[in-house]
Design a protein around this ligand. Structure first.
Ligand SMILES: Cc1ncc(COP(=O)(O)O)c(C=O)c1O
Length: 475
């Protein structure tokens, strides 16, 4: 007989609620073994600080209090904790690569450290990286850029903040297509800008519509920017050249600025990648952001770049100067080598990703209750799981946590509820291809069994009422 309390405290964000309702969650886990069988009793209590508790806490800014972090990292932390306890988890929650960083990048980065390229560098980036990045954008995507249009940063994500700081004023309206990448809204909040959401529809293959941009321009009191993301995370939708031309027609001649987030520019499974920056006249309107995280499996190096009008580039240089100072120069040396010498490995990785995406998308499409729009780009699959959620009485976030935590004692699948990408994602699940093919196959075999565990799901919903549906999803 063995018994004991383990109490872990962690910040959880309830993805179905407004960021202001971010709570401190206490995860109490009671675990005991009675004879040969194990039982788990985990309880998540959403808890607001009492007056007494808050007196002893530092007073945070409203921004810091309300900021909603990326849900994938929260689920990742939980998945790793479960693994450390001995549970087998297939991790399909995080958008990361299962492949090593490309070889010339690794070798050049190591060499650069050995050669002591470990001091500061120019805030806009090393000239050789800016030149190599401009060459790639010109040759691969037909963008009218040279080194003066390029600025280097620590990944694509920081450019959301630099865009907001360089171009937005408090109160400006910014159109997002939802479901959307979770850090867009926090980076608008930093500037006090207003997010306006237009839904992407499965019936339209999750492609952005010029009509929504037109309506935003007419109806919003202060329309100032739109965020485009193609190929799109989480849906895998890809804007066609025609879609982008139509949007550019609406933007041209207005005061609108466009943040074109293109981290998946090499993960295109039909046709080829198009950037709105290639459309006539868009250099005055567009900041296009790229990263080495996906194409070259370099997410942990934290390196990316953006292309824009030289005045915007100069402004971003000041923003980098006054925050990060610069992206680490030895990482930039590695990134330059990736651009110049790793295209073959990159293309090989993309072929292997395509096979994974097909395995995952076809496997999910074959599971009763899931409906899949096959992704045209990215390494995500975003099935509609409303029918299963309704049967089990769980939200899609609840369903995702059920698959990881409670559908089986020894095995789980980590994925994300669509609400992690805003309310437009509710009823969907997002799976990434971040595991070896055998693990993906194992996860696919597990899902129908997990979805049939109605009683266990009911008990899970009772234990965590915030994960139970208040009303079924409309079908
Ligand atoms: C749409 C989108 N934008 C930005 C990023 C961030 O990229 P990075 O980690 O290279 O900064 C990601 C990463 O998953 C993404 O999916």
């Amino acid at each position: 007989m063995y018994g004991g309390w383990r109490v872990a405290m962690r910040r959880l964000t309830h993805p179905t609620k407004d960021a202001a309702l971010t709570c401190v969650a206490i995860l109490s886990a009671r675990r005991w073994i009675a004879g040969p069988s194990r039982r788990y009793d985990r309880r998540i209590v959403f808890h607001r600080p009492t007056a007494c508790e808050s007196r002893s806490m530092p007073r945070l800014s409203a921004l810091a209090r309300d900021l909603k972090p990326e849900g994938a990292f929260t689920v990742l932390a939980r998945a790793r904790a479960l693994k450390a306890e001995g549970k087998e988890i297939v991790e399909l929650e995080i958008g990361d690569s299962p492949f090593p960083s490309t070889p010339h990048a690794k070798a050049a980065g190591i060499r650069a450290i050995e050669e002591n390229r470990t001091g500061y560098g120019p805030s806009l980036g090393l000239p050789e990286l800016r030149a190599a990045a401009a060459r790639q954008l010109r040759e691969e995507f037909g963008l009218p850029v040279s080194a003066e249009n390029l600025v280097v940063g620590s990944g694509a994500k920081p450019f959301e903040q630099y865009f907001a700081e360089a171009l937005l004023e408090p109160g400006d309206g910014v159109l997002l297509f939802g479901p959307q990448f979770p850090t867009y809204i926090p980076n608008l909040q930093r500037r006090g800008a207003r997010a306006v959401i237009a839904p992407l529809r499965a019936e339209n293959q999750f492609r952005p519509r010029a009509e929504d941009v037109r309506r935003f321009l007419v109806n919003d009191p202060r329309p100032r920017a739109i965020f485009l993301n193609s190929p799109h995370n989480p849906t895998g939708g890809v804007a066609t050249d025609e879609d982008l031309a139509e949007i550019a027609d609406v933007v041209r001649g207005t005061d609108l600025m466009v943040f074109s987030d293109e981290p998946y520019c090499h993960m295109i499974w039909q046709g080829r990648h198009h950037s709105i920056l290639a459309q006539p006249g868009m250099m005055d309107h567009v900041v296009a952001a790229y990263t080495f995280s996906k194409s070259y499996s370099m997410s942990g190096w934290r390196i990316g770049f953006a292309a824009a009008h030289p005045d915007i580039v100069a402004a971003m240089g000041k923003l980098i100067n006054t925050t990060a100072s610069c992206a680490p120069p030895f990482v930039q040396v590695a990134a330059t080598a990736a651009l110049e010498r790793d295209a073959t490995t990159r293309d090989d990785y993309m072929t292997r990703f395509r096979i994974k995406v097909e395995l995952l998308a076809d496997g999910l499409a074959g599971i009763e209750g899931l409906s899949v729009v096959k992704p045209v780009g990215t390494f995500y699959v975003f099935p509609d799981a409303r029918a299963i959620c309704n049967r089990l009485g769980l939200t899609s976030h609840g369903l995702a946590l059920f698959l990881m935590e409670a559908a089986d004692e020894r095995f789980g699948v980590a994925c994300l509820g669509g609400e992690c990408f805003g309310p437009e994602g509710a009823g969907f699940l997002r799976f990434s291809c971040a595991e070896p093919d055998e693990q993906i196959t194992k996860a696919l075999a597990f899902l129908p069994r997990a979805f049939s565990r109605v009683d266990a799901a009911g008990a899970f919903g009772k234990a965590y009422p915030e994960l139970a549906q208040k009303a079924p999803y409309d079908l």
